[in-house]
Write a protein that binds this ligand. Structure first.
Ligand code: XIL
Length: 389
């Protein structure tokens, strides 16, 4: 009897351990919400679909753990600010490449692509490029010469180390009535300044891909105007390889249907689509503009800055779901999408802490302020992995 009881006990223990093991294995396999494979990286999970990138600042790249994370997670690096005209050529003929070089060199030594941003933009650019000292537009020939010199010098410097350049940024007007934005380059050179910029870029570095980049171009009428611009560039015989949708989106805007229409409409022009500056604003927001000068001057009120210590769990979950929906659409169109770049690495460094209201605590990216992966990170990883299986 005693023996029988002993045997039963052993059998019971064996059974119990066995079921526990089965349960643990099942849990590991099913990777429930928020528990995706801890070792998975974005660049691995997206392999075969599109490149995954991030906008970075040079100072992040010499901090050990941060640099390791950037090297492990991303296929492509875009300088967030240090390759803009103001940084590269603040005064005529005075070029400063050292800070952008840090990013290009880091990318090269970690098997990452370097993406140039941006050669011609009306923001973060010195006035002298297209204006005289008294603020008048420069004569066309002078404006053209400055545009040519800037593009040629910059592209020659990075030649062989760059995958592609945002040649022109945000040239299309936001209003329904007007086609092109009224910029210093347009006032000096005329409406063909975009065509000219692409021509200069094409001869400066024939191996670099050339992109046109803008925000809110998934929606009409900006979408229609973008198609018009891309067709005009093609008709003018200049090479353009891709169109950038910045992707400064919000929790509830735009709809995934609108994002999808944007992608398919732009891709129908024959261009590759790049999502170039992805982030998801979770804070209260008036309007949808990503124009950097549309900033509220007054200090943020409590209502405008509601989550100063942490993002409530419910919103954290909503953000994860929003990223899942976005990546499902992107994966559906992976054949026409070349790259998906996040505008920053962690929440603490996001430009959305200061836009469109200064001094807020925002949570738009996949890593938190301590570089820990958020539920949104695991949701993106899982969405990418599910496509593979
Ligand atoms: C932003 C940077 O993230 C900020 O640090 C800077 O102060 C302003 O510019 N569209 C673009 C980017 O093309 O270059 C902008 O980057 C964000 C909007």
């Amino acid at each position: 009897m005693a023996k029988a009881i002993g045997t039963t006990r052993v059998q019971f223990l064996r059974l119990a351990c066995g079921s526990l093991l089965v349960a643990v294995i099942a849990m590991m396999k099913s990777t429930p919400a928020g528990a995706a494979d801890e070792q998975a990286t974005l660049r691995e999970a997206a392999k075969g679909a599109f490149l995954i990138g991030a906008a970075v600042r040079p100072d992040l790249l010499d901090r050990g753990p941060t640099a390791d994370l950037i090297a492990a997670q991303f296929d492509a690096l875009t300088p967030e600010n240090v390759a803009k005209p103001m940084e590269l050529q603040p005064r005529p003929g005075e070029f400063h490449f050292d800070r952008a070089d840090v990013i290009a060199d880091f990318a090269a030594s970690h098997g990452q692509q370097f993406i140039g941003h941006t050669l011609c933009w009306h923001q973060q650019a010195p006035a002298w490029l297209f204006q005289s000292a008294d603020g008048k537009p420069l004569p066309r020939e002078e404006g053209l010469a400055n545009l040519r010199t800037h593009i040629t010098e910059v592209m020659s410097h990075f030649r062989g180390r760059v995958r592609g350049w945002d040649v022109v940024n945000e040239a299309i007007d936001d209003t329904d009535a007007k086609y092109l934005r009224d910029t210093p380059a347009l006032r000096s050179i005329g409406e063909d300044y975009i065509i000219q910029a692409f021509k200069f870029a094409q001869s400066a570095d024939p191996d670099a891909e050339l992109y046109y980049n803008d925000y809110n171009n998934e929606l009409g009428p900006k979408l229609q105007k973008t198609v018009r611009l891309l067709n005009e560039l093609k008709a003018a015989g200049v090479r353009i390889d891709g169109v950038g949708m910045q992707g400064h989106w919000q929790i509830g805007w735009p709809s995934t249907g609108e994002i999808e229409t944007g992608i398919t409409t732009l891709a129908a022009t024959g261009m590759k689509v790049h999502i170039t500056e992805l982030d998801v604003d979770v804070l209260p927001r008036k309007g949808t503009s990503a124009n950097i000068t549309d900033v509220q001057r007054a200090a943020a009120t409590t209502q405008e800055n509601p989550y100063i210590t942490e993002l409530p769990a419910e919103l954290q979950q909503k953000l994860a779901e929003r990223y899942q929906q976005i990546f499902k659409v992107l994966l559906k169109h992976k054949d026409v999408i070349d790259r998906v770049t996040f505008w920053g690495v962690n929440d603490g460094m996001s430009w959305l802490n200061d836009f469109p209201v200064r001094g807020r605590t925002n949570y738009p990216l996949l890593f938190d302020r301590g570089y820990q992966p958020k539920p949104a990170f695991f949701s993106v990883i899982r969405t990418l992995q599910d496509r593979a299986s």
